[in-house]
Design a protein around this ligand. Structure first.
Ligand SMILES: *[C@@H]1O[C@H](CO)[C@@H](O)[C@H](O)[C@H]1NC(C)=O
Ligand SMILES: *[C@@H]1O[C@H](CO)[C@@H](O)[C@H](O)[C@H]1NC(C)=O
Ligand SMILES: *[C@@H]1O[C@H](CO)[C@@H](O)[C@H](O)[C@H]1NC(C)=O
Ligand SMILES: *[C@@H]1O[C@H](CO)[C@@H](O)[C@H](O)[C@H]1NC(C)=O
Length: 401
């Protein structure tokens, strides 16, 4: 019995497929009085009405709908439909009436359709942010701000924002942020000269020489084993691996190694060289004092992911004039994982809207780039990575290429 039913169902399924597999153009049966036969006539396409049925000698005749009338499917009707949709209050016409469509209405900006009414999009209260923006068809979806994020406004547009990272700007955290309030930072004594720049342009230029173009999974351990002096311990290496992207890992490791070995003569020399380099960079940039707009325009010219407007504002508050560009470049590098800051800066200077940017600052930046690319600098890299560390790291570098 079951088997039979099953077979019957399979059969039914096949027969449905057979009959619904329509010919194109779709057809309909029509009794032709002239020949007393049933004919298969073509249906009429959207945008037309049926003027004359087909005959044994002639195909169906379809004619276009008049103004304000439409048909939106293949059909056999001798009339088009009237465009009867009228947009109500708080709606606008999304699609005007055409031969193939009725008029389509849509709620105006900031509202969505609920049954018949255009209601205002929900606003998310403080502590909640927009997870999914409202559309003309759908209300806003709000979500509680997760740890590390806040929203201090009632808004149908704003998502939760990240708490300001005080330490990233070299500032002290005075009040930890919560879901409704941003963190509050204050100046620390260190911030007045370092401004929380983690890896400086000079360190990056030095360290970049040791970074392979392709990373092998054990690259960091190989580097640890080959660096002379006090080894960076495994926990630190693991912590660096957890917290940073692959490129950044090398910088952080070298920085830590440099710090741990700062009393060893060879490392002292490197530190001196890097200090000299930094002094020179600061001399180049000491007199740059850019407005918010000029900083924005410089940061907009950098490729890749942009530094946020908030970061630019915080940087202006936290860092001295001559440090601001350096800080923003370091934030840009962190945001863009594997990018070379100097290359980014070269790109930016090419694409910078120069009429809004002081020529003298552009020139100072060009001089800085030239200085960091110079032969003297190259000799210093060599000293670090060829003479001192020896051929091990270089061969690793080459084998990783
Ligand atoms: C929300 O927080 C930001 C960043 O801390 C601040 O600039 C803004 O004034 C605050 N807005 C309100 C309404 O409190
Ligand atoms: C804040 O910035 C510091 C330094 O850049 C970084 O180590 C830390 O992970 C950041 N914290 C958060 C929560 O992003
Ligand atoms: C969040 O922090 C602000 C001050 O920073 C405080 O006034 C407020 O009560 C805190 N809210 C919660 C829910 O803890
Ligand atoms: C930078 O310029 C502003 C005005 O544009 C001025 O108030 C400020 O003192 C200047 N800062 C430095 C360090 O020159």
């Amino acid at each position: 019995m079951n088997k039979l039913l099953c077979c019957a169902l399979v059969f039914l399924d096949i027969s449905i497929k057979w009959t619904t597999q329509e010919a194109f153009p779709p057809k309909y049966l029509h009794y032709d009085p002239e020949t007393s036969r049933q004919l298969m006539c073509d249906k009429c396409p959207p945008g037309t009405y049926l003027k004359q049925h087909c005959t044994a000698r002639r195909k169906t005749v379809c004619a276009p709908c008049a103004d304000n009338y439409y048909t939106d499917a293949w059909h056999t009707s001798d009339e088009c439909l009237y465009c009867n949709t009228a947009c109500k209050e708080l709606q606008h016409v999304k699609q005007e009436c055409s031969r193939t469509h009725n008029r389509v209405c849509e709620c105006e900006e900031g509202r969505y359709l609920e049954v018949e009414f255009c209601l205002k999009h929900r606003s998310c209260p403080p502590g909640f942010g927009v997870v999914q923006a409202g559309t003309p068809e759908r209300n806003t979806v709000c979500g509680r701000c997760p740890d590390g994020f806040f929203s201090n406004e009632t808004s149908s547009k704003a998502p939760c924002r990240k708490h300001t990272n005080c330490s990233a700007f070299g500032l002290l955290l005075t009040q930890r942020g919560n879901a409704t309030h941003d963190s509050v930072c204050s100046r620390s004594s260190e911030s007045t000269h370092k401004c929380g720049i983690d890896v400086t342009l000079c360190e990056e230029a030095f360290f970049r020489f040791a970074v392979p173009t392709k990373f092998t999974p054990n690259w960091l351990s190989v580097l640890v084993d080959n660096l002379p002096g006090t080894k960076v311990n495994t926990e630190s290496v693991e912590r660096i691996k957890r917290r940073h992207s692959s490129q950044e890992q090398t910088f952080q490791l070298l920085k830590l190694w440099k710090h741990q070995n700062k009393d060893q003569d060879m490392v002292k020399k490197i530190i001196q060289d890097i200090d000299l380099c930094e002094k020179s960079v600061h001399r180049h940039l000491a007199h740059t004092n850019l407005t918010l707009e000029q900083l924005r325009s410089l940061m907009d010219s950098l490729p890749g992911k942009k530094v946020t407007a908030e970061d630019i504002e915080t940087t202006r508050e936290a860092c001295q004039a001559g440090q601001q560009i350096l800080k923003l470049l370091s934030l840009w590098r962190l945001r863009n994982g594997d990018q070379d800051t100097l290359k980014g800066l070269v790109h930016a200077l090419k694409h910078l809207k120069t009429h809004r940017f002081p020529k003298t600052v552009a020139q100072s930046l060009k001089k800085t780039i030239r200085f960091l690319h110079s032969l003297t600098m190259y000799r210093l890299y060599q000293k670090l990575f060829l003479e001192m560390i020896g051929n091990q790291v270089q061969s690793v570098k080459i084998s990783c290429l």
